[in-house]
Design a protein around this ligand. Sequence first.
Ligand code: PGA
Length: 251
Amino acid sequence: MNLKIFDSPEALAEAAADELFSCVKEKPASILCLATGDTPLKTYQILVDRSIANGLDFSSVHFVGLDEWVGVPSHNSGSCAYFLRRNLFDPLNIVEDRIHLFDAVSPDLNSACTKMDNLIAGLGGIDLMIVGIGMNGHVGFNEPGVSLELNCHVIELDEVTKDIGQKYFDERIQLEAGITLGFQNIMKAKKVILMANGLKKADIIKRMLEEPISERCPASILRKHQKSCTFLDSPAASKLSPVIARVSSSN
Ligand code: PGA
């Protein structure tokens, strides 16, 4: 795993947008899996603006969902689906048959998981994932203690996730479970970029990069991925020991 530390959140967002732009330019039929959340928002805005300005063609790209709140329909403004439509799919005019998100209101969530696993396999695997890291180290909804052997699955949410997740919703909502790609899916992606910015992420980033790799901090598993990279701004990197932080300048 590589590590890159940027001077500002803007530089971090630019770099992640560059990765997405280049991926689609080089492989117009890329399979992308993009996280929701505050962290990647600026990246998506830059990507949309730059893609429109340069006429980048997204018509052959497939978008695969990373996760969703179980029981929350896609028209709810707090859903991951709503976030992706508002910030990416609508501005980029992505057609419906290229968008593959979890059906989190399905009466048969296990089938929804199998459907996603089969879809990803059928598309030939994910080319590029952009993920964030939760305050508890989760990636998607792979919560602390998750089995690393899982493909797509339904999981009981960690208390930290239930609490912080309220920020996406207009009104307080009962959040109990998530549906998510598992580490078996994530580790098979051709490239994974984990982004984090701000001082509030400094402690969990230190755990992710310095503690022994373990499901206690699920994001640490990405250290085993050959083509993963962690993109941090300097506040998020500020608690790393000098020896770890130095790795970034050698890349
Ligand atoms: P955030 O969420 O980008 O809003 O901090 C990250 C996450 O929970 O994965």
